[in-house]
Ligand binder design. Structure first.
Ligand SMILES: Nc1nc2c(ncn2[C@@H]2O[C@H](COP(=O)(O)OP(=O)(O)OP(=O)(O)O)[C@@H](O)[C@H]2O)c(=O)[nH]1
Ligand SMILES: [Mg+2]
Length: 363
């Protein structure tokens, strides 16, 4: 299968519309759709504008990728400085991509596609292959997902109120911190946000969310430790509705993807939410820890079997030199990465831009 320009142009559009203007507005340094008035699909995005990526958070994203770039992608770029396309080039490329945690399956199919293109398009110069590689990498990130009601291509003009975001993931991946970051960004947009402390398992979890709530200035609805998480969610959604909140974000307990009863608990939360609002949850956000490498992928697969995950937040990108995991995640799961975590602070969250990501890796 060769390079698919339609897929890429969709990616560029994806970048311009749903998320960019869904949660963070006007962040296009590339100039595409910088002004919402220029966007070919305006309208629905204004409730969930993406928070503006500040120069500092731009820097942090670049910084977060720095190790990955220096360790792997500079060497990938260097491969194409040779004079001809030979077997050694393919072998070294394969080694570097696997080293960067792109994953064996994704690397193998990527190289196959590239080799086919070299033949079909009659490429003679390594520089042409380098260009094709960047296109193919961008195309992997351009996951064509119609799932999710806030951030997907197919979200339409539907504006839920409150929008319900269910956040799931294994222990310690960064769920609670990422929720605080999302809440801070939405709050900065003037949105009324309510957080549901549905992690009733860990003693400190409710306090942790309350502290974040205080810090970023959002209400937190919680019960005691040991309470039924579904009951917390029921109360939180009731409170969010009666307060006229724009967004409810549900924090859940970290769970091992292999624990059947805990996965059932997630389904129960989903059922309770749907009883009050059949269109909810509007996004199910899976938080993955970038430092877990290929293990994150295995965990993710189990989650997607338990609940309909619509979006991925890849936390701790700053903590790894193997940011190639993003390609494996998009390719193997077919679920779009919407955000990346770039540090431990409330503003260390960046919206994920496929083309900018690839450019940054090769910069
Ligand atoms: N460097 C870095 N650290 C992060 C990021 N996101 C979260 N962390 C840290 O990861 C640790 C775990 O974060 P939590 O938000 O508590 O993770 P959790 O998934 O809610 O954990 P459980 O509720 O125990 O399952 C904390 O020390 C966070 O500060 C990130 O993007 N970068
Ligand atoms: Mg937590």
């Amino acid at each position: 299968m060769g390079f698919n320009p339609r897929k890429t142009s969709k990616a560029l559009h994806t970048n311009c519309a749903p998320l960019t203007q869904a949660l963070f507005p006007l962040i296009h340094s590339s100039g595409r759709c910088y002004d919402p008035a220029d966007c070919p699909r305006p309208g629905r995005f204004y409730l969930f504008k993406r928070f503006a990526r500040s120069p500092q958070s731009e820097d942090k994203t670049t910084e977060a990728l720095d190790r990955t770039r220096r360790t792997w992608f500079r060497r990938v770029a260097g491969l194409f400085e040779r004079s001809r396309i030979d077997d050694e080039l393919w072998e070294e490329l394969e080694e570097l991509l696997i080293g960067a945690d792109v994953g064996v399956a994704t690397t193998t199919s990527l190289i196959e596609r590239l080799r086919t293109r070299v033949k079909e398009e009659g490429m003679k110069q390594p520089a042409e292959v380098r260009r094709a590689l960047k296109e193919e990498l961008a195309s992997i990130l351009a996951v064509d997902s119609s799932a999710g009601r806030l951030w997907s291509d197919d979200a339409g003009t539907f504006v839920p109120k409150p929008a319900v975001i269910l956040v799931v993931g294994v222990n310690g991946t960064g769920k609670t911190t990422s929720i605080a970051k999302l809440a801070a960004g939405l709050k900065a947009q003037g949105k009324l946000v309510v957080l549901a402390a549905a992690d009733t398992f860990r003693a400190a979890a409710i306090d942790q969310l309350r502290q974040w709530g205080q810090k970023v200035g959002t209400d937190v609805v919680g019960h005691q430790q040991g309470a039924d998480p579904a009951a917390v969610v029921f109360d939180a959604l009731t409170a969010a509705q009666s307060r006229g909140a724009d967004v409810l974000i549900i924090d859940t307990a970290g769970r091992l993807h292999t624990k059947v009863n805990l996965m059932e608990e997630l389904r129960k939360i989903q059922r309770i939410v749907q009883r009050k609002d059949p269109s909810a949850p509007h996004e199910v956000l899976l938080v993955l820890d970038a430092t877990m490498g290929q293990n994150a992928l295995i965990q993710a697969k189990n989650f997607t079997e338990a609940v309909p995950v619509t979006a991925i937040l890849l936390a701790k990108l700053d903590g790894t030199g193997k940011g190639g995991i993003v390609f494996g995640v998009c390719d193997q799961l077919g679920i779009p990465v919407r955000f990346v975590g770039t540090g431990e602070g409330a503003d260390d969250l960046a919206s994920f831009q496929a083309d900018e990501f690839v450019e940054a890796l090769f910069a």
